[in-house]
Design a protein around this ligand. Sequence first.
Ligand code: ADP
Length: 289
Amino acid sequence: MTVWCFGSINIDHFYNLGHLPAPGETLAASGYRVELGGKGANQSVAAARAGASVRHLGAIGADGDRALAALLAEGVNCDYIQRVDGATGHAVIMLDQNGENSIIIEAGANRKMALEPILAAMEQVDLADILLLQNETAFQAEIAEAAMGRGMEVIYSAAPFEIAAVRAVLPYVNTLVMNAVEAAQLRAALDVPFEDLPVEAVVITRGAEGASWHARGTPDIFVPALPTTVVDTTGAGDCFTGALAASFSMGAAPDEAMQFAAAAAAIQVSRPGTSAAMPRRAEIERLVL
Ligand code: ADP
C-alpha cells in the first residue's frame, strides 16, 4: 500500500541573528542553513522514514533541484513532481538568540501547479492506497475528491488552518488531523459539532499533552506524549501525521497507529531541525515495543 502525499515543497532558509530586524535595518547573519521544508515534503519524509512507500505529488520551480534531490534521497518517489516556471516555494526563517522567529513564506510553485497531470497520475492508484494532504497548495479539494472516488483512504492535515479550504476538502476526507489550535479554530467556525462532521475519524494532537482519536461508534483513543527532552518542536505535527499515515499503510489498527505516531513525534522533538529530525521506523519501534 502506498502513501500518496499531495503537498507543498519548500526550500527553508534559516538565518541566525542577534535580534530580529527593525524596519530599515540591515543585519549580518551569524549563521545560515538550508533545509527541505513545506508541510507536504515534511510529511512525505516523515512517512518514508517511518517505513512507508511514499509518492509525492507537487511542484517545484526552476531552482528546485536541491529540494527534489532531498526528497529522492529519502526514498520518496518523485515521478509526478511537476517543474513549473518561476521559483520553488520557499521560506525565510529569521531566528534571534532567544529562539524567537519571524517567517516569510512564498508559495511559488506550490500554487502554480497544473491539475491535469496530478489527476492523470492518480489513475495509477491502487484501491487501498492512502492520500495524505495539507493546506499549502492549490487544488486540495479536487485531489481529495479524485482520491475518494478511486477508493483511497484520505487523511487531511487541516494546516495551515483556513476555513474556506477546510470546508471545501472535508466532504472527501476519511481522517481529519488537527492540532489543538486548529481544532479550536474549526470549532469556532463551524455551526455543527465535531461529531456531525462528514468524516470517519478526527485526530487532535495536543503537544506535550498527547493526542486523541475520535471515531463514531468506537471508543475514543488517547495516547500520552512520550517523555523526552525537547530540543525543537517545529514539525512535530507533520511528523505525527506522516507516521500515522505510514503506520496505516503498513496495516496498523488506529490504536497501534496512534502509538506509533506519538513515539515518532517524541523522537522528532528531541532533535534539532524539521524534516532532518524525522525518525526512522526502527527507532520508532524501539520506543513502542
Ligand atoms: P503541531 O506541531 O502541529 O503544533 P503538536 O504540538 O500538537 O502539533 O504536536 C504533535 C505531536 O507531537 C503531539 O501530539 C505529541 O505526540 C508530539 N509532541 C509534541 N510536543 C511534545 C513534547 N513536548 N513531548 C513529547 N511529544 C511531543
